[in-house]
Design a protein around this ligand. Structure first.
Ligand code: ZN
Length: 371
């Protein structure tokens, strides 16, 4: 449920930047008022939160190369057409698709709520001892190299509070690779966030099915199990999973607003539209994608005709490893059009920004106030 009515400061700033960058040519020729009007007008009639509400309540989770992912792509495509864009297109690409099925994790016959991680294998029916390996870093295998061999490894996904200060932070796919390297037949991660929430994520860090079943259990359940294992050494566990894996198609959505004077110079506003599947992805990255959609809407409804071309790009396949953006860049490189892109503004989780970055290679296209 979206309740905030006003765009966050960062969104408004970025919107202003987008409007300003697109019309720097106007500013240089002495007609800068149009860009300022757009920035102010959009703050008043923003539909970003309404669009986000519609996306997250009507479609919800939208994993790439699934039916919901395709619905989200169509949603954005249709909106852009409704806003008046004539040049809207899909940019399809193939990727490994993964769809959640059933999961059952037990320890000594007790069922523990669990979620499969994305790209865990299609089927698993594993019965083995479970052992705990702390944070699952290399140091946790130093005492007993074969501790998890032919077993299920219980690994804390973050860094346990009692860990030595020099403990390295490893992403979960590195912990998974270590466990597999030490012979684990399955891995169960403990969610480091207090409570018993389940999370999801890409198990192996790339768009490939990993070698062993990988699941996440809640923090509180996980710490209880860890204590039990520390007392007993090993317990009997099972992991039964059924998921759907295969090859699917996802589609970036691209709307182009042609420049009036310098159509060969392109400003790209982009955001990934896809999410994973256990939540609606309102923040990551419904917020960024609907911001881009609202900026596009503002340009269309206020009939702003920038001197440079603006491309609004909604990427898919980001959560699986930036697949949509790689596709987009690869195609531009093959077509020898990368040199036309003067700036790209990417927004991811724009309601919780860590900063603003601009990329570009155009020395005479400076932001207002910059040298
Ligand atoms: Zn994101």
């Amino acid at each position: 449920m979206i309740t905030r009515k006003k765009l966050p400061l960062q969104c408004r700033l970025a919107l202003f930047l987008a409007a300003t960058i697109a019309s720097i040519g106007h500013a240089a020729s002495g007609s800068s008022t149009r860009s300022l009007d757009l920035g102010l007008a959009t703050q008043k009639d923003s539909q970003a939160y309404a669009l986000l509400n519609e996306l997250t309540s009507r479609i919800g989770p939208r994993m790439s190369a699934t039916e919901k992912g395709a619905e989200a792509e169509s949603f954005v495509y249709e909106k852009l057409r409704q806003f008046g864009f004539r040049n809207v297109r899909y940019e399809p690409f193939q990727m490994a698709s993964w769809k959640r099925g059933s999961i059952d994790v037990t320890v000594e016959g007790r069922s523990i709520p669990a979620a499969a991680m994305v790209y865990t294998p299609a089927h698993a029916d594993l019965s083995a001892e479970i052992v705990e390996v702390g944070n699952g870093t290399a140091a946790d295998y130093a005492q007993d190299y074969d501790k998890v061999r032919d077993r299920i490894a219980l690994v804390y996904m973050g860094t346990l509070p009692e860990s030595p200060s020099a403990t390295p932070y490893l992403p979960r796919w590195e912990k998974l690779a270590l466990a597999i390297g030490h012979g684990a037949r399955g891995v169960i991660f403990i969610n480091p966030v207090a409570g018993n929430r389940l999370v999801t994520g890409n198990a192996g860090g790339s768009a490939n099915v990993v070698a062993v079943p990988v699941a996440v259990i809640g923090h509180d359940d996980g710490l209880r199990l860890r204590e039990e294992l520390q007392g007993k050494g090993a317990l009997h566990a099972t992991m039964r999973l059924d998921n759907t894996v295969g090859v699917g198609t996802a589609r970036n959505v691209i709307a182009t607003l042609p420049g009036t004077r310098k159509p060969g110079q392109i400003i790209v506003l982009g955001a990934h539209l896809d999410s994973l599947d256990l939540a609606t992805g309102a923040v990551d990255n419904g917020s960024g994608a609907m911001w881009v959609l609202d900026v596009a809407r503002a340009f269309a409804v206020h009939r702003v005709h920038p001197e440079r071309t603006i491309q609004f790009v909604f990427f898919m396949g980001e959560e699986e490893g930036l697949l949509g953006s790689y596709t987009h860049v690869r195609r531009a490189m093959r077509a020898n059009t990368m040199g036309q892109v003067w700036y790209m503004i990417n927004t991811d989780m724009s309601v919780n920004p860590k900063g603003l970055k601009l990329w570009g290679g155009a020395p005479d296209l400076a932001l207002p106030g910059s040298k």
